[in-house]
Ligand binder design. Structure first.
Ligand SMILES: NC(=O)c1ccc[n+]([C@@H]2O[C@H](COP(=O)([O-])OP(=O)(O)OC[C@H]3O[C@@H](n4cnc5c(N)ncnc54)[C@H](O)[C@@H]3O)[C@@H](O)[C@H]2O)c1
Length: 274
């Protein structure tokens, strides 16, 4: 087991890529603190992960024999985050890995001048500020430990633009900036910060991911049509599988990537190579 004895905090762990990372980490021997808002957020026009999905992720991970805690935390709320980190520390005494995965894809689907201020701010508050808050809560501890791996789940939208997704694209570009800046702050302290940029991921039933269908809905496009367009636009002519992201996160979390920091790694079947 490549990560045996490590402790990871994963946000947005109720379903989707967060669940995929949690399952893979558990398989590799990581004790887990799984965080999710586990409920809907006003202004987000689709259902987010639920409490029962968060509990299900935890139950599946426990089957690998690791210790798993799960907590309801909204990454917009610094007090909730700090409380979760305190609880994690009283349980495990160290935190080695932080996966900043929680995110929303919508409100989106509008030309930039039609986006309301509330929609813009909500998107930034979750997709960018949430990751910063998590780093703020965990970074000092990792610096004291002189070890840690922070993995920010960005997107190909952090590298290129997508029409009618200005808020999401801006937040994901900013997360890459945050990754680079934080990696410099922490490099002498042996804490690593990297970003993963998934291409279009298949909404896989096992992890109950919803993003692809929600992006299609925001664009008012049929999900099958949307899948076909993205399959074609990714040069390998395949969608990304959640396990592809979990595998990349596992490598970034492991000591195999010990001198990798400030990197922006695409897992996009060639989409951004064009
Ligand atoms: N699925 C894709 O095609 C794709 C592609 C590129 C990047 N990403 C990124 O991957 C990450 C995960 O996406 P996914 O596809 O698994 O989406 P998803 O909607 O299936 O899961 C996201 C999870 O984050 C949680 N969450 C949302 N807001 C939260 C908040 N304020 N506090 C705590 N938890 C919150 C949700 O409840 C949900 O469980 C996101 O950051 C997304 O931008 C996804």
């Amino acid at each position: 087991m490549r990560l045996d004895g490590k402790v990871a905090l994963i946000t947005g762990a109720a379903r989707g890529l967060g669940r995929a990372c949690a399952l893979k980490f558990a398989q590799e021997g990581v004790d887990l603190v799984l965080l999710d808002v586990a409920g809907n957020i006003e202004g987000v026009p689709y259902q987010l992960g639920s409490q029962s999905q968060l509990e299900y992720t935890a139950k599946c991970c426990q089957q690998f024999g690791v210790v798993v805690r799960h907590m309801r935390v909204d990454i917009r709320n610094m007090a909730e985050i700090n409380q979760a980190v305190d609880e994690a520390l009283s349980c495990f005494e160290h935190i080695d890995i932080l996966v900043n995965n929680a995110g929303i894809a919508a409100p989106s689907g509008k030309v930039v001048h039609d986006v309301t201020e509330a929609e813009w701010l909500l998107m930034q508050d979750i997709d960018l500020n949430g990751a910063w808050r998590m780093i703020k809560a965990v970074g000092r501890l990792m610096a004291q430990q002189r070890r840690g791996s922070i993995i920010n789940i960005a997107s190909t939208a952090g590298l290129v633009g997508y029409r009618n997704f200005s808020g999401y694209v801006a937040a994901k570009h900013a997360i890459i900036g945050l990754t680079k800046a934080a990696s410099l702050d922490y490099a002498p302290l042996k804490v690593r910060v990297n970003a993963l940029c998934p291409g279009s991921v298949r909404d896989c039933e096992t992890v109950e991911g919803k993003m692809l269908s929600e992006i299609a809905r925001s664009l008012d496009v049929d999900v099958n049509e949307h899948e076909a367009v993205f399959t074609q636009s990714q040069p390998m002519n395949e969608l990304i599988e959640p396990i592809d992201i979990a595998n990349a996160a596992t490598w970034l979390a492991s000591d195999e990537s010990y001198r990798v920091t400030g990197s922006v790694i695409t897992v996009d079947a060639g989409f951004t190579s064009r």
